[in-house]
Ligand binder design. Structure first.
Ligand code: BG6
Length: 472
């Protein structure tokens, strides 16, 4: 795995995102974000973004652990609202810029490649109040301005960039996208518009990066589950194909081919959800060429021909409490998602299916023939400290099997994976389940409400991963 044509060595790394680890939600000029607001709605039942893992005050200790693990890369995100508290301020917040500059400098000193996500679920909330978030084209301009500031400041230091994390998940989640509406239907219609605006923003920022930072590599990160057909029935096959297309492939098609595919346009037209296509948009989408795609892979699912319409209520959608099935079921898509009956599920209903990871990677190569970076892969678990250690054998098994399948995809199927960044380096505030559901290689000792001392404890999986990445 050392010899890949895209980069001098395989990028063994680990991932986090700003709102899930930083805390310091209002310190040193940071503005509120959609991620803060969503988490505050659940503050009475679980941890929120206020302190999260307090990476803001522990970053030196955390990066030291990353170095001692032998990481070659660290994928993290910049909080847009730490740089521009209102999303579109005249002047950037210098203290925010310095915070990330210190991190980047330290990574360079440690010879760890920074992989910087510009926007990971945390839209400055002021843009929601001012423009209804991505529903307005003003958000595109604000994103480009923000990216420009960041590119200017860190060019020459950061080579790998990611534009937007999991735009395809935001598409079915209005409150995550920063869109407020009166009804579910209205919110989905606005989401379709917001979704389109995000593609335009992504294209502009890719072009800007290429223009400003020669040699930089940039692309989006996509949620890319594997969706199998529930049965060999042709109607189920079509439904599963629809599910794969609407939930993930359409985003890849648009990013990579620079145009809305016909199947997607048809769905939008049939449901009166078409966004406004303006002159020049088409050319813009076509002109932006991502250098690579970040793939976030966790689970396999099954799709079948829909038997019933799943209803959801706006209050569930708003609070982020609607299940994935409710959200996708409420969308006007011709498929129904169901469990994959051949795999075990954890208590949060995420399954374990490493071979499906290889399957997804092969599909990606068949369809797009381009380099990809695994930007997320991991398992959430209720870890416990036992006499000062965390024996997360389940996570070791998860990583071992997924790395093995990735290796097969690279060596036998020709998939151009140039790095692997499991989710997550540190325990994070889960985007939906507080701190009970832990993902990290490093345990952070806090409970939902009791911050304790936020002590960092490398788990058994940290040591296992350290030894594993030293080999290849
Ligand atoms: C990915 C996100 O979709 O899934 C992460 O990019 C998130 O931010 C991860 O943490 C796991 O999801 P959850 O809801 O368990 O945190």
């Amino acid at each position: 795995m050392r010899n890949n044509s895209f980069f001098r060595e395989f990028l063994w790394g680990a991932s986090t995102s700003a709102f899930q680890v930083e805390g310091a939600y209002d310190e040193k000029g940071k503005g509120l974000t959609t991620a803060d607001i969503r988490s505050f709605k659940k503050s009475d039942i679980m941890a929120d973004t206020k302190v999260a893992m307090d990476f803001y005050h522990h970053w030196e200790e955390d990066l030291k652990l990353l170095k001692e693990m032998g990481a070659k890369a660290y994928r993290f995100s910049i909080s847009w609202a730490r740089i521009l508290p209102n999303g579109d301020d005249e002047k950037p917040n210098e203290e925010g810029l310095v915070f990330y500059e210190n991190i980047i400098n330290r990574l360079m000193e440690y010879k760890i490649e920074p992989i910087v996500t510009l926007y990971h679920f945390d839209l400055p909330y002021a843009l929601v109040k001012k423009h209804n978030g991505w529903a307005s084209r003003s958000c595109i301009d604000a994103f480009v301005r923000y990216a420009n500031i960041v590119f200017e400041r860190y060019k020459g230091k950061v080579k790998f960039w990611l534009t937007i994390n999991e735009q395809n998940i935001l598409a079915v989640n209005p409150s995550m996208m920063g869109i407020e509406a009166e009804t579910v239907q209205e919110s989905f219609k606005l989401c379709a518009t917001g979704y389109y605006h995000m593609f335009l923003a992504n294209a502009k920022v890719i072009n800007l990066c290429h223009e400003k930072i020669p040699g930089a590599k940039i692309g989006p990160a996509v949620s890319y589950p594997t969706i199998f057909s529930m049965t060999p029935k042709s109607s189920d096959q079509i439904a599963a194909d629809n599910a794969q297309k609407y939930m993930a492939q359409s985003a890849l098609d648009i990013y990579i081919h620079g145009a809305y595919p016909e199947y997607y346009l048809t769905m939008l037209r049939k449901n009166h959800m078409e966004p406004h296509f303006l002159e020049g948009d088409q050319e813009l989408l076509k002109s932006a060429k991502p250098d690579y795609i970040g793939l976030n892979w966790y689970v396999s699912m099954a799709g079948r021909a829909p038997e019933k319409k799943v209803e959801t209520e706006l209050k569930n959608v708003d609070k982020g409490q609607a299940s994935y099935e409710e959200m996708t079921g409420a969308m006007p898509f011709e498929f129904e998602m169901c469990d994959n009956p051949y795999t075990p599920y954890n208590e949060w209903h995420w399954n374990y299916d490493p071979v499906a990871f290889r399957f997804a990677l092969r599909k990606f190569e068949d369809m797009y023939h381009m380099p990809c970076l695994i930007t997320e892969n991991g398992c959430g678990h209720r870890d416990e400290i036992e006499e000062g250690s965390v024996h997360d054998t389940y996570r070791i098994e998860y990583l071992k099997q997924h790395i093995e399948q990735m290796k097969l995809a690279i060596e036998e199927d020709g998939v151009q994976v140039f790095g692997y960044c499991p989710w997550s380096f540190l325990d994070v505030l889960s985007s939906s389940d507080g701190v009970a559901k832990r993902y990290g290689l490093v345990y952070v000792d806090r409970d939902e409400f009791d911050l304790k001392h936020l002590k960092r404890i490398p788990k058994d999986s940290y040591y296992w991963y350290r030894d594993r990445i030293a080999v290849d």
